[in-house]
Design a protein around this ligand. Sequence first.
Ligand SMILES: [Zn+2]
Length: 108
Amino acid sequence: MGFEAQAIKCPKCEDIVYSRHRHDLRWCSCNSCYIDGGFDYTRVGFIMAIDPKDIKSITLQFDIPKEDLYNDYKSGANKHGIIKGKPETLDEALTLMGVYQHLIKKES
Ligand SMILES: [Zn+2]
């Protein structure tokens, strides 16, 4: 039950982004870094101004059906894939997003 997705946290805008499908290349709001590959592989890229050591790796845990993420990507609804940066707390961010039922499991 449930599944996990790899995500990254942008050191600049603090968005948490993850890829919903192998072709879903997802940039953060400030276009400093991206993650790609969905659940098949993980590829992370960043602009030259970003030190890759500052990009935090995060595992998100989902309680929603996995196909919801694919449908979100495929339909262009884009309710998922990004958690906007700089909320007061993560709980607040997740509450604001509404649709999110995932938790940050670990941060490194
Ligand atoms: Zn950013």
